[in-house]
Design a protein around this ligand. Structure first.
Ligand SMILES: Nc1ncnc2c1ncn2[C@@H]1O[C@H](COP(=O)(O)OP(=O)(O)OP(=O)(O)O)[C@@H](O)[C@H]1O
Ligand SMILES: [Mg+2]
Length: 584
């Protein structure tokens, strides 16, 4: 339960609304508790009429009046109930909103390495499932608890004023009901976990069928997929049936125990009436009060299990919020234009492996230089770029930017100067315009800018072929670009930044050599005064660079110009020959 105390800051934030809600609960219960008294008076008056102690005419007038008051009180009770929900349930929605934002902000703070370790399903769950469990506690949970406390005090006090012993006897079954409902609710929760597992399996199958429909059809696997779906669907049904069976105990338990209370009220109340200790109207009022207390007492069990679930969810949320990102911006100090970058004996191993992906890498490059990095697949090129962008920190050694350790440099200012085209292109389900303009913050993107960078990335003619041009929607609701087109839009996004360092990670792999040529030439034109780093496993991509580093098994094995490397007849020359042969 301790984990839920994290939410106190929000409860304090919304304290006035909550207090108002509590006040409304008081009002609504006040009218609720007054209503049985009216009935009680009416009953007693009617009985007196039968005994001829009161006149019929006056009793008729009186009962019309009582009915009027009764209706008025019900309306008032309902009105305040409405206001209660309008305050307390709304507060729970506000807190849900705040909490979701807090979690989302934390997601954005966390680094690359966190996302490598956690799967998307879990991450999504935290923001949807866990938060909604917590909201259940803040909304219905709090509301019913406050309501139970206030109503119990008011109703039981009124009942005791009538007769203490009768009150204790008729209320005896209610705590038993609370306990039984708690048991049923806990069982339900346990079962609902199994149901959830089956449900997510089911939706995974459906989702994979949708996205893999072409593969399924091409390999004629429809029947197998159907069988798989049937089996999971059956398991889901069985689990739901278990849940339904337990759920069926809910109402009978309540009805049985309420029946018991009512029976006790009539039996023992009858005895007391016989002894003239209470009036027949009191018995009627008691039956009303028992019914009034039914749901609040039943809700004790229900709310307890809500709170337990919420505590478990909040525990997970707290753990998540506590994670401190490994990489944070150390300073707000301004950073001058990127001038030089140096890798100084840098080694790197991923957390989950002992092998070093990069081993004692040292090299440096300066403004105006175009650097090529080449290496076989898996040789550590992308890892090296992740270190360069400070998505990762080196395990040994250091990176120096303009002569200072990158760890102590304003990271935002540093990244602002970099335009990066990642190996795995990511485009948002948005217009081409917005996808390219994503590259710049705070500045207006003009049509000319868009046209310029699209031309440089050699994708303008493709965009103009679409009827909506730059406003063409990408993704599920729009067009699907080819692999090469995506890469070029991604290059345009990096170029529009007017970066001081342009980093291309194998981003020309899906374009033909002629297109590659056009793009490389236009990049060469704009990169006179900036640092350009081109990573590739294709030698042709490096034809305009000043110096090439050959990465192999985590080490820089060779470096030099294309000519020098060919002459030294090492790894590079070998790759060159092989690639030239492949082309023929
Ligand atoms: N998150 C990770 N955890 C553990 N190992 C990783 C991780 N990412 C990459 N590796 C490993 O590090 C090595 C280098 O990977 P990297 O992606 O840097 O290679 P690359 O040179 O970019 O290859 P490619 O040309 O195929 O893009 C590989 O052996 C890879 O399996
Ligand atoms: Mg790579």
């Amino acid at each position: 339960m301790k984990s839920l105390s994290y939410l106190n800051k929000y409860l304090i934030l919304y304290k006035w609304r909550l207090l108002l809600g509590t006040l409304f609960i008081c009002f609504s219960n006040y009218f609720g508790v007054e209503m049985p008294k009216i009935v009680k008076n009416a009953v007693n008056d009617f009985l007196n009429e039968i005994d001829h102690t009161v006149e019929f005419q006056s009793i008729l007038m009186l009962s019309v009046q009582l009915a009027g008051v009764y209706i008025l009180f019900s309306l008032l009770k309902g009105f305040f109930l409405f206001l209660t929900r309008q305050t307390i349930i709304i507060v729970s929605r506000y807190i849900e909103f705040d909490l979701k934002n807090e979690i989302y902000t934390q997601y954005q703070r966390l680094n690359y390495s966190f996302y490598k370790k956690n799967n998307t399903g879990d991450l999504m769950n935290r923001i949807s499932e866990d938060v909604s469990q917590v909201r259940q506690y803040l909304g219905p949970g709090l509301m019913y608890t406050i309501n139970l406390a206030i109503l119990s005090v008011m109703a039981i006090y009124t009942m005791m004023q009538i007769n203490v012993k009768l009150t204790l006897i008729v209320l005896a079954p209610l705590p038993i009901m609370s306990i039984m409902i708690y048991r049923v609710s806990s069982k339900m929760n346990a079962l609902s976990k199994f149901v959830q597992v089956e449900q997510s399996l089911l939706s995974t199958i459906v989702q994979e069928t949708f996205s893999g429909i072409r593969v399924i059809k091409a390999y004629l696997r429809e029947a197998e997929m159907q069988e798989k779906f049937d089996a999971t669907s059956n398991a889901y049904k069985d689990k739901t049936m278990n849940q339904v069976r337990v759920n069926a105990l809910f109402m009978p338990t309540i009805v049985f125990l309420i029946g018991l209370s009512t029976l006790l009220a009539i039996y023992y109340g009858g005895l007391l009436t016989y002894r003239k200790e209470i009036t027949p109207g009191d018995i009627v009022a008691f039956i009303f009060y028992i019914n009034m207390l039914t749901w609040p007492f039943a809700s004790v069990g229900w709310v307890t299990s809500i709170i337990q679930r919420a505590a478990a969810s909040q525990e997970r949320i707290n753990e998540f919020l506590k994670i401190v990102p490994a990489i944070q911006n150390p300073t707000e100090a301004p950073l001058s234009k990127l001038d030089s970058i140096e890798f100084n004996h840098v080694s790197f191993a991923y957390e989950n492996s002992v092998d070093k992906v990069l081993n004692d890498v040292s090299f440096c490059f300066k403004r105006g230089e175009k650097i090529g990095i080449i290496g076989r697949t898996g040789s550590g090129k992308t890892t090296l770029l992740n270190l360069l962008l400070r998505q990762l920190d080196p395990t040994e050694g250091e990176l120096k930017v303009n002569g200072s350790n990158l760890k102590f440099i304003n990271l935002d200012a540093y990244r602002k100067q970099i335009g990066v085209v990642p190996q795995e292109v990511f485009l948002f389900s948005d217009t081409i315009r917005n996808n390219i303009a994503f590259g710049v913050v705070d500045t207006e993107v003009t049509e000319d800018d868009l046209v310029r960078v699209a031309k440089q990335a050699h994708v303008l003619h493709n965009i103009e072929a679409f009827p909506d041009k730059f406003d063409t929607l990408l993704g599920e609701r729009g067009v699907n670009l080819s692999g090469g087109q995506k890469q070029r839009v991604s290059i345009a996004r990096a170029l529009i930044r007017k970066p001081n360092m342009l980093v291309l990670d194998d981003c020309l792999s899906a374009v033909d050599t002629e297109t590659e040529d056009v793009i490389l030439k236009s990049i060469a034109e704009v990169s006179n005064d900036i640092i350009t780093v081109i990573v590739s496993h294709r030698i042709s991509s490096l034809r305009f660079v000043d110096r090439i580093y050959v990465l192999d098994e985590g080490k820089i094995k060779e470096s030099g110009t294309h000519q020098e490397l060919i002459q030294s007849k090492g790894l590079y020359a070998e790759m060159y020959e092989k690639q030239a042969k492949d082309k023929q």
